[in-house]
Design a protein. Sequence first.
Lengths: 347, 258
Amino acid sequence: MLKVMTSKEKKFMAGAMLIFILSCIVSLFSGHYGFSVNDALDVFWKVVRKQELNASELTLWRVLIDLRFSRLLATCLAGAMLAAAGVLSQGLFRNALAAPSVLGVTSGASFFAAMFFYLGWGEGMPAQLAIASVFGSLVVLGMLHAFFKYFQGSVEIIIFLGIALNTIFGALTSFVVMFLVEDYQRAPQIMQWIFGGVANRHWTDCLWTMPILFFALIAGSRIALQLDVLSFGQLAAQSMGVAVKRLHFWTITWIAVLVGAAVAIVGGVSFVGLIVPHVGRMMIGARNLPLLLFSAVNGASLLILSDVIARTLRPSAEIPLGVLTALLGGPFFLTLIVSRMRGKLSQ
Amino acid sequence: MNLISLKLKEVHFHIGQATILKSVNLEVPIGKFITIIGPNGSGKSHLMKCMAGLIHFAGTVELGEENLMYLSHAERARRRSWLGQNPEYEFNYSLRDCVLMGRFSHHNGLPGKEDRSRAEQELVYWGIAHLADRGMNQLSQGERQRAFLARTFAADTKLILLDEPDHNLDVKAKLLLFKKIKSICLEGATVIAVLHSLYDVMEHSDWAVLLKNGEVMDAGEAQLVLNERNLSKLLDVSVSIGPDHQGQPSWLRFSDPF
């Protein structure tokens, strides 16, 4: 019998699914415009039975589907994609700190999306922006990989390189934004790229990422099994039958696709790929396949709940999603570095 | 049983300007325990990596009838296993998971019943079955080394390459190691190991390769090759070997020639 998950992992997975479902419910029913679950169900049945809706029911339906469900779908998909990308990139670089946002992959994607937007190529065409952001992630990952090879797979150096690349692409993005600030129509939209956010996203804008997430999880599962072996070193992995070069290539490709697609729908949301896999590893252990699935679910829940907080904490003006996750992730990152260095020093 | 022979023809290896291995030609006997000895920096570990097909080198390594470098990584892994010096690990995998990874080329990541029972056998053999659910971070260095050895032997290959396998091992584990090597050699597997302790080399190995400055100084039956003259020349110290009451070599004495 092949065992994908142990019973302990299955229990945690069930818990994560429960939290995910609760987060979805909370997200649908919290916000400015209040209505009860009963009202919503009534309207839902009417729509299913194709009955006429009155004005207030129509408003409720619009809020529920066009606003709440749109946000829910966008955050859910982006959260899952970012967390899955986090698992893959931590496994690839064999470092629990090597999340896409820490390494500058997210900011690379944001920069290229912003650049495209500035040049006027991506307006109203999410697919083009998505290609731009996937390209951006690939550029950063390609640079990281070249450095990683140059330094012969050194596990620690990658973080410093990532920080440098993050700074560079962050600055470049700000540079592009500077040119756009005076453009009153486009400035708010570009802000959304940088700080992250899901306002104005319609659920139909996000549907194209569903197959991406689906296929990434299937491909990721196969990759995850090989990343387990890779964690014992490149030569050891090769000696045990892993084609390391091919593994690097496919892992990088999928990280880029996942981060690019996520950035295309929620903008520069950082630290999901750092926190979620890390906490997941503490709960269910290091094996990458269960971790990938567990993190995808948890990433979705985390971003859904972050979005709930972002729009309910200050109802007059919502907090950008990326700012909120950075507030959460920054201190977490700091704690991780301190505990990692303490571990290294005491060895 | 398909036995695997190992032949090296004109193997060269450089790092930048530095020549690490110079025209190494070797034909290793089947079903024997072969040790590679030599001073620091003589190229022992790189020779092991070449034999395992883990680095690119000039020349050919033939495994049976096949050129090692023409085989895919998975095919290589089914024919030979390799344990490096100071094995790395990152993330806190359980010891059982670590040993199961040794069988990766058999199961591709999702271990079946047979893989699990082989891993379990090795865990028991190396005396670490009671630690199987612990993370790698919670083990001592010696226990970790036992786990890496269990992983290497669990692969069930006909050629096993071990780079300083006795590193961090206590006396008992060392005895287990040599017992294991002996038993799998009897089944027809070939084991090649880099060892530093000449006592172990003289006591356990059937065959020895003396490596100096990237060149094979001498290779052959251990009893013939491991003599005072060869060892003194190899290690740059004067070595005297004393016989025990049965006339077998039993003690070694080293002194600085200067």
